[in-house]
Design a protein around this ligand. Structure first.
Ligand code: ZN
Length: 260
């Protein structure tokens, strides 16, 4: 793994920009760490959502179907956590890379839709999104209102009367867009892994898939979280690690790509 550290840091950012510019296809994989700078704590962190609401007790499809009022205790809290949150410099950096023609798409494990808010156009939300309510019975999808997260009543479907749920993937539900994500990543030359340890399927499969296809990894995490994918056959550096806060490191990469 190549660790980008203070020594010769300008040269390393310039080298990293060359890798991005010369890659035929760059894809980003993002997780909770990119939204921490927007005031959304990692659900898995100490004090995070999952320490207050055990996923087995509140966040499964089975719980929602058996006891929607219980699942809605979690959904209301989630609504409060995400209400009014704004995209940060890291989200905007990825939107700018896409507008420069240097990013083919984003695969995100987040449900906050801050990539779209920042202006990214091609975003695959593996775990769904929090902007809509869905009906599992008749597949109606409607935009959510803040009032629906504040009300004590469970919102019901206008068409069939069934309880609605946020358009997020509960445990026990299939993840979204898997075929499109594999197609996006299959011939990817460079995967930007941002704010995630990528330990949960299907995100966990993507770094190895890219390496098997001969592509490179740029990892942006506070601490190294991926297994070391090391050096390629030709001695090429294939796994670069950029330590620090992504709200600083990602804009720095974009600046280097612009040649400022
Ligand atoms: Zn319905």
């Amino acid at each position: 793994m190549t660790r980008v550290v203070d020594q010769n840091i300008e040269k390393l950012w310039a080298d990293a920009a060359v890798v991005v510019q010369n890659a035929g296809k760059v894809v980003a994989l993002t997780g909770a760490g990119i939204s921490v700078g927007s005031g959304i704590p990692d659900f898995r962190s100490p004090g995070g959502l999952w320490s207050r609401f055990s996923p087995e007790e509140y966040a499964t499809l089975e719980v929602f179907q058996r006891d929607p009022a219980k699942a809605w205790e979690l959904f209301r809290t989630l609504g409060k956590v995400l209400a009014g949150k704004q995209a940060n410099a890291a989200h905007r950096a990825l939107a700018e890379l896409e507008s420069m023609g240097l990013l083919a798409g984003i695969v995100t494990q987040n449900i906050d839709s801050l990539h779209q808010q920042a202006g990214s156009r091609r975003v695959f939300e593996i775990h769904g999104d929090h902007r809509h309510l869905q009906c599992l019975c008749c597949h109606t999808l409607i935009p959510v209102t803040p009032e629906q997260y504040q009300a004590s009543m469970i919102p019901l479907c206008d068409h069939c009367g069934a309880p609605l749920k946020p358009n997020v993937v509960l445990f026990g539900e299939p993840v979204r867009d898997l075929e499109a994500i594999y197609a996006l990543v299959a011939d990817c030359d460079l995967l930007l892994v941002i704010g995630t340890s990528a330990q949960v399927y299907p995100a966990a499969a993507l770094p190895a898939m890219v390496r098997q296809g001969g592509g490179r990894l740029f990892e942006f995490n506070r601490e190294p979280a991926l297994p070391d994918f090391g050096t390629g056959r030709s001695g090429r550096k294939d796994h670069w690690f950029f330590p620090g806060d992504v709200v600083r490191t990602l804009p720095r990469l974009v600046t280097a790509c612009r040649g400022d």
